[in-house]
Design a protein around this ligand. Structure first.
Ligand code: ADP
Length: 231
């Protein structure tokens, strides 16, 4: 019954996230078809339709990322190219640097040297890190935000922590944090797919992701096995 409930929530979330932009597009189409608009107005409506279509596109892509690792990667027996946590952290920081969300957020790094390669590719590692860091940046107070990124070797593999000094995860979403469409953000700001995608990618590579209470705010911890050389 728990699985049915989560399928129900998934469908409701999907209907909502995709239904809203589709309703908007239908509305814009009707206005365009009714005619009587000048060129600039027509262009404006087409641009709005494009934005809504892009939103649907992004949601579907994220959903596939969430579903694919478990189905194709594991069942087909194929594995991701091993990736470096250290490189992925550098790339994620370079991509985030110029973003408005990251202005006034201090990032502290504590990445152990000489970490082994892990079973997730660098591209996917960057995707996981970006999701977690952007969530942390969303949560912290403007101008006083701090995010700690730690990575260390463990007996089973590598453990990475992303901790922030925001208010922590809201009680009402704690139980289903990693399910698709769980979000406390307003429509257009969050789809609730970020953590679900992270889970899909990590579990598909034999890893885990959990949430803990941090010293002040939220702490997300993911682990990955060390990649064994195929040579
Ligand atoms: P989205 O960011 O689109 O809402 P996610 O799956 O990435 O989707 O996150 C789901 C929810 O988890 C967020 O809406 C937020 O309520 C909560 N959350 C995630 N990261 C944090 C964090 N660092 N601090 C507080 N809440 C968080």
């Amino acid at each position: 019954s728990e699985q049915l409930a989560s399928v129900g929530r998934l469908s409701a979330g999907l209907a909502h996230e995709i239904g809203n932009p589709i309703a908007a597009i239908l509305g814009f189409e009707e206005i365009l078809l009714a005619g009587g608009l000048d060129d600039a107005e027509q262009k404006d409506f087409v641009l709005r339709m494009k934005r809504e279509t892009e939103r649907i596109h992004r949601i579907l892509r994220d959903l596939l990322d969430f579903a694919r690792p478990a189905t194709s990667m594991h069942e087909a027996g194929s594995v991701d190219t091993p990736g470096s946590i250290e490189h992925a952290v550098d790339t994620a920081r370079a991509l985030l640097g110029p973003q408005k969300a990251m202005r006034d957020v201090e990032i502290h790094l504590d990445v152990a040297p000489d970490l082994p390669l892990v079973t997730l590719s660098e591209e996917h590692l960057v995707q996981v890190l970006l999701n977690l860091i952007l969530n942390a940046a969303d949560a912290v107070a403007p101008a006083a935000g701090r995010i700690d990124i730690r990575a260390a070797r463990t007996s089973e593999g590598v453990r990475v922590e992303i901790e922030d000094n925001g208010p922590g995860v809201a009680r009402e979403v704690r139980d289903r944090l990693f399910e698709p469409f769980t979000t406390t953000k307003e429509v257009g700001k969050g789809t609730g797919l970020g953590l679900a995608v992270c889970r899909g990618l990590l579990e598909g590579a034999g890893g885990t992701i959990t949430h803990e209470d941090g010293a002040v705010g939220a702490r997300f911890v993911f682990t990955l096995p060390v990649a064994t050389s195929t040579k």
